[in-house]
Design a protein around this ligand. Structure first.
Ligand code: T5A
Length: 207
């Protein structure tokens, strides 16, 4: 039994991650590839509870260090109980956000030290890294308009435009640092065009 592939979707608010993870999940299922769809923060009972705490804009002010540690606490649970077992049994894992989001939001947005994030990444993940990351990128204003149509903003969505510009810049830097793994796709184009590009990007993994 060969190990499954680990594919993550990244990008700022409202760029279309949820729409496209669902598309890829169904695309792989149609090809009879065993696959699970999951998300971060979240993916296990405890990690989903941490997600609720992290996204609750009525919570007490969360210290930046606490936010970073809670993201990695949720990730540790997710890897141990969902991601690693699935990959080991040969399933593909499609994940809506993963550690690039920490580099973008806690690194770019909150200005936490990259070396601190790297240390936690190595501690929690060991050698686990995605086989492929699809980074959907759009001007902040477009993503926020799309996200705004869904209703009330959560704790992150309530941040300033400058915060999201910093998040976007940090994501683009991640794509520069990891050009083999991260495929950058412009998200302000027709969904059908985006999905055709995603199929093309996936095809080497399907061979
Ligand atoms: N976080 C997460 C951290 O700070 N650190 C971390 O380490 C991690 C893992 C999680 C929050 O946690 C933070 C970041 C986040 O703020 P989330 O729910 O995963 O939150 O992220 P959101 O960005 O809030 O997710 P959204 O659901 O808002 O955005 P999506 O998933 O990118 O967008 P989607 O697919 O829901 O689409 C939004 C709308 O746009 C439409 C869709 O139909 C939908 O209505 N749309 C398009 N419209 C026109 N053209 C297209 N091409 C379109 N694509 C989608």
């Amino acid at each position: 039994m060969s190990r499954g592939k680990f594919i993550t979707f990244e990008g700022g608010e409202g760029v279309g991650k949820t729409t496209n993870v669902t598309f890829v999940f169904e695309y792989l299922q149609a090809r009879k590839i065993p696959v699970i769809l999951t998300r971060e923060p979240g993916g296990t009972k405890l990690a989903e509870k941490l997600r609720t705490l992290l996204l609750d804009k009525k919570s007490e002010a969360i210290a930046e260090e606490a936010e970073l540690l809670l993201m990695f606490a949720a990730r540790a649970q997710h890897i141990k109980h969902v991601i690693e077992p699935a990959l080991a049994r040969g399933d593909w894992v499609i994940c809506d956000r993963f550690t690039d989001a920490t580099y973008a939001y806690q690194g770019g947005g909150r200005n936490m030290k990259i070396s601190t994030i790297e240390g936690l990444e190595n501690l929690v993940q060991g050698s686990l890294r995605p086989d492929l990351t699809i980074l959907l990128d759009a001007p902040v204003k477009i993503g926020m308009e799309r996200a705004g149509k869904r209703g009330e903003f959560d704790r992150f969505e309530s941040e300033t435009m400058q915060f999201f510009e910093n998040v976007r810049r940090a994501y683009l830097l991640q794509a520069e640092i990891h050009p083999q793994r991260i495929k950058l796709i412009k998200a302000n184009q027709q969904l059908t065009d985006i999905q055709q590009i995603i199929i093309n990007v996936l095809s080497p993994l399907l061979r």
